[in-house]
Ligand binder design. Structure first.
Ligand code: MGP
Ligand code: SAH
Length: 230
């Protein structure tokens, strides 16, 4: 149903005052200044909302994460406005993109259209936690809400701070689908907890941790869990 509205949505975005609003809202200015790091094709009609601005994975990072999933069936469990979904669509055999917020899904479809990959993604509006028992895929990508832009006010970000469930629960649910799990997490995340997740799994999982930088600044940490090379 969401797909039917994609063309009109794209036209509205291109012609709307959204760009002006986004550039003048003080709390979003910092992100707007980074707009081309977030989406290199930003000027071609990319659509964002407030949560989208502060949560989207910068394009360069999303490209790298997607490269690890080349040729696989990927489930983007918290797809937001589609920063990761677009890059998965370019290199993966298929992509399921899930978000609980229908507005985000509309924006993600629009944004995938900008990149010419909208027909390579199956979009689902829904709660990942409820959908999990019916999902099948090779790789699960988790970039859940971190609790807003204040996530970095604590020295060490612990996994229980993740939403909509704590990181242990999210990981446990993910493992019922596949052991190949990728988590995009705050730069101040407790690395010892990630190691614990890997070695407490049965059988223990391989863990690769990647620090993700843009313009020399660390933006986040990607944890790649697998029972074999992903
Ligand atoms: P940031 O720390 O808010 O921005 O988010 P920045 O520019 O690094 O701020 P600085 O002033 O500290 O330099 C950095 C990156 O983290 C964003 O670009 C998003 O990719 C990611 N991110 C931030 N938040 C709050 C979330 C979130 O809630 N969920 C997800 N999945 N990613 C987030
Ligand atoms: N990786 C995305 C950003 C994800 S932000 C990008 O690059 O654009 C986290 C997203 O999780 C938000 O869009 C929020 O709506 C969604 N979300 C929150 N709870 C959810 C749930 N239970 N199931 C699915 N999506 C959820």
């Amino acid at each position: 149903m969401a797909r039917k509205r994609k063309r009109s949505l794209l036209e509205q975005v291109i012609n709307s005052p959204a760009e002006k609003e986004q550039s003048t809202s003080p709390k979003l200015t910092k992100y707007w200044l980074q707009r081309y790091d977030l989406f290199s094709r930003y000027d071609e009609g990319i659509q964002m909302d407030e949560e989208g601005w502060y949560s989207v994975t910068p394009e360069k990072i999303a490209v790298k994460q997607a490269e690890r999933c080349r040729g696989k069936v990927v489930i983007d469990c918290f797809s937001g406005v589609g920063g990761n979904t677009i890059q998965f669509a370019k290199v993966c055999s298929s992509v399921i993109a899930i978000d609980i917020d229908p507005v985000k899904v509309e924006m993600a479809i629009n944004n995938a259209m900008v990149y010419g990959v909208d027909d390579r993604v199956d979009y689902v509006v829904g709660d990942f936690i409820h959908l999990a028992p019916s999902l099948k895929g090779d790789v699960l990508f988790l970039s859940p809400p971190w609790g807003g832009p204040m996530y970095n006010k604590v020295e060490i970000y612990t996994l229980d701070m993740l939403q909509p469930k704590d990181g242990y629960k999210l990981f446990q649910i993910a493992q019922t689908i596949t052991p190949n799990i990728i988590m995009f997490l705050p730069r101040n995340v407790d690395l010892a907890q990630l190691e614990e997740l890997a070695w407490l799994s049965s059988p223990p999982l391989t863990l690769v941790i990647e620090e993700n930088c843009v313009g020399g600044r660390i933006k986040g940490i990607t944890a790649y869990f697998s029972c074999s090379a992903v």
